[in-house]
Design a protein around this ligand. Structure first.
Ligand code: UDP
Ligand code: GLC
Length: 418
């Protein structure tokens, strides 16, 4: 077995070591050591998916990030060793366009490949958690020769990626990794179609969410919720629709704003910030709210840490992605919060929500459909409560954190036995 330590690298800008107290955790004996690679320092869904997995493996793993940010702090707070391999040239490459900038970044890319290979050699298994991680983990494979697992979090179509990137992923998925795991059947199907990989060889392991964090905050009385709203600076008596997620065009916050025009008694709470350079979209949302004359009923909450509490302060959780959502952690979280959920009927959401059984589905981008669904829940609170209760049961059964960690660690162990 390889030693779970990171050495200093010329590129490393952050570093923490393993606390000795952690060494008796998670069956160190016999379990493989694993290096997790993620491109982002931001707190996106893929990073929230990695957080509990890395925490569960912390006695025998390390995380390498290709950019610094709050994700590093979160990992370190759970005792996971983290280092950052940030290269300015590589950081400028974006998913939509791979042009001249990419050519200029070639020296940086080569440096990064060598740096990743140096770290990877110290571990039994390399686990790639994002698209750029796939590129560096797969291209460095001939240098580190370790089994590589790729966790696919994306819908691999033109709705989300440029042609060049799809082409790169097609070849790396075929020849650069040993195992692929997808976050949903929807994500798996698009990769299978893109790369010609049999669907059966892309197992689906949906995210598991910690239900205890939602159960811990029990609000049996209306007063409790009013207090929560006061704490968050939200109107106590208004009917609140909460939309959770980073501000990005494909997440469709603009659809919810349009719907608000026809829902004069409803307030919209937007929880999230632009994480990946979508500041112009965030600004356009404020402008749109002003133009529509609904600014007094829209609350821009920014990024929040206490998602269970914010969700429980709402009357309904809406999800409005206009492109197929690969999975949608926020949809599962809405169910765990015990609130009725209305979600966009595409991608992985169809593996979470069953229309009129544990939530409501609306076609992506269908403003009128969203208005009707919100009105339907407002008119029938008993039905809304029934959907929410069923949703909580389903989410606890189908998206348990323990089940997720078990299946993921089994996948890593199988890869090590390659
Ligand atoms: N989230 C958060 N604070 C916010 C907004 C979102 O912690 O202000 C979390 C949210 O609880 C969820 C994740 O960010 O766990 C977003 O994941 P999702 O799969 O819904 O979308 P992604 O951003 O990965 O496409
Ligand atoms: C991605 C997807 C999101 C999914 C998350 C966790 O960021 O956009 O839909 O829930 O990964 O797998």
């Amino acid at each position: 077995m390889n030693a779970p330590h990171l050495t200093g690298s010329a590129l490393a800008t952050a570093h923490s070591t393993i606390a000795t107290a952690d060494l008796d955790l998670q069956g160190v004996s016999g379990a493989p050591t694993v290096l997790f690679l993620d491109q982002s320092g931001e707190l996106g869904g893929a990073e929230f998916a990695l957080l509990p997995l890395a925490a569960a493996c912390k006695a025998r793993c390390a995380v390498v990030l290709l950019a610094d940010g709050p994700f590093r702090t979160r990992l370190e707070a759970t005792g996971v060793p983290v280092s950052v391999l940030a290269d300015a040239q590589v950081s400028t490459i974006r998913r939509e366009a791979l042009g001249l900038g990419t050519l200029r970044a070639i020296p940086g890319i080569l440096r990064q490949i060598r740096a990743v290979a140096r770290e990877a050699r110290r571990y039994d298994v390399i686990f790639l958690n994002t698209q750029k991680a796939l590129v560096f983990g797969a291209l460095s494979r001939p240098l580190h020769r370790r089994p590589v697992v790729w966790f696919l979090h994306d819908i691999m179509t033109r709705a989300h990626f440029g042609r060049a990137q799809l082409l790169i992923v097609k070849w790396l998925a075929r020849y650069g990794v040993d195992r692929i795991v997808a976050n949903s059947q929807a994500s798996a199907e698009t990769l299978s179609a893109l790369a010609g990989i049999p669907l059966a060889s892309i197992p689906v392991i949906p995210n598991g969410i910690d239900a205890a964090a939602f159960d811990a905050l029990d609000l049996p009385h209306a007063d409790d919720r009013a207090a929560l709203r006061r704490r968050f600076g939200l109107p106590e008596d208004a009917w609140l629709a909460g939309l959770f997620g980073r501000l990005a065009h494909w997440k469709g916050q603009h659809v919810a704003l349009d719907a608000l025009v026809r829902l004069p008694d409803v307030h919209l709470v937007l929880v999230g910030s632009p994480l990946f350079g979508e500041d112009a979209y965030a600004a356009s949302l404020r402008k749109q709210a002003e133009t529509l004359g609904v600014m007094d009923r829209v609350h821009f909450a920014g990024f929040q840490d206490d998602i269970p509490a914010w969700m429980k302060a709402m009357d309904v959780i809406v999800h409005t992605s206009i492109d197929p959502e690969p999975l949608g952690r926020v949809v599962i979280e809405g169910l765990l919060a015990g609130r009725p959920v209305i979600a966009a009927a595409a991608g992985g959401v169809l593996e979470i929500i069953r229309h009129r059984e544990n939530g409501l589905l609306v076609q992506p981008g269908d403003t009128d459909g969203l208005v009707d669904a919100i009105e339907a829940l407002r008119r029938a609170p008993d039905f809304a409560a029934h959907l929410a209760a069923q949703g909580t049961l389903d989410a606890k059964r189908e998206f348990s954190l323990d089940g997720y960690i078990t299946r993921m660690t089994e996948t890593i162990a199988r890869a090590a036995r390659r």
